[in-house]
Write a protein that binds this ligand. Structure first.
Ligand code: NAP
Length: 169
């Protein structure tokens, strides 16, 4: 088994990102999976289940008590307050992959969804766009989203990876 990504923390990786989580579990020394109900996928993958509700006021007090090399985080609005505390669990020189909806490209939103970046880690932002199909557009499939995040993991020099199309407005 490859263990190249070291100790990995995945937040919100049990739904649309589960393909990426499965891929990463095979390439990590350990993978800790945070969600309200991570148990089923964690058991399937043999990884560490870490049940946590990011909207709970005490969530900040019960974050994992260890350091990680790589963080993948998909947080809804009510979990954004934990973006930095999750990044604080990275070792110096670690990597953070933050996943955002396309509205994050709007002026002024970016700073709100990715506040206060740490200087000693590398962050790549993945923006979920859409796919243009002749006259219409459609949302990304879960497969496209997972593949895009895997691409971001493999290209650490990129600051932003847009999956499909998204415009700054
Ligand atoms: N541009 C696009 O194409 C685009 C953009 C955004 C979303 N989408 C689509 O929209 C669908 C829905 O997105 P989604 O984010 O609702 O679903 P999701 O990514 O499938 O699931 C959300 C993830 O966050 C966790 N989570 C949710 N609330 C949580 C909480 N309070 N505390 C801790 N973890 C929590 C969930 O696990 P638990 O439920 O166990 O907590 C799960 O791991 C996706 O399937 C995707 O296809 C598309």
């Amino acid at each position: 088994m490859e263990t190249g990504y070291g100790h990995v923390l995945v937040v919100g990786g049990t739904g649309m990102l589960s393909g990426m989580t499965k891929w990463l579990a095979k390439r990590s020394k350990s993978l800790t999976l945070v969600a309200r109900h991570p148990q089923r996928l964690a058991t399937e993958l043999g990884c560490i289940s870490y049940p946590l509700d990011w909207s709970a006021p005490n969530a900040i007090d019960i974050l994992p008590d260890r350091k990680f090399n790589l963080l993948i985080s998909w947080l809804h609005k009510d979990g954004l307050w934990l973006a930095r505390p999750f990044e604080d669990l990275l070792v110096s020189g670690g990597r953070s992959i933050r996943i955002h909806g396309s509205t994050s490209l709007k002026m002024g939103i970016r700073a709100k969804v990715d506040p206060n970046p740490r200087k000693d880690i590398r962050r790549t932002t993945v923006v979920l766009g859409w796919i243009a199909d002749s006259n219409t557009r459609r949302w990304l499939s879960n497969r496209e989203i997972s593949d895009g995040v895997i691409e971001a993991i493999g290209t650490p020099f990129r600051e932003t990876v847009v999956i499909g199309t998204a415009h700054a407005i």
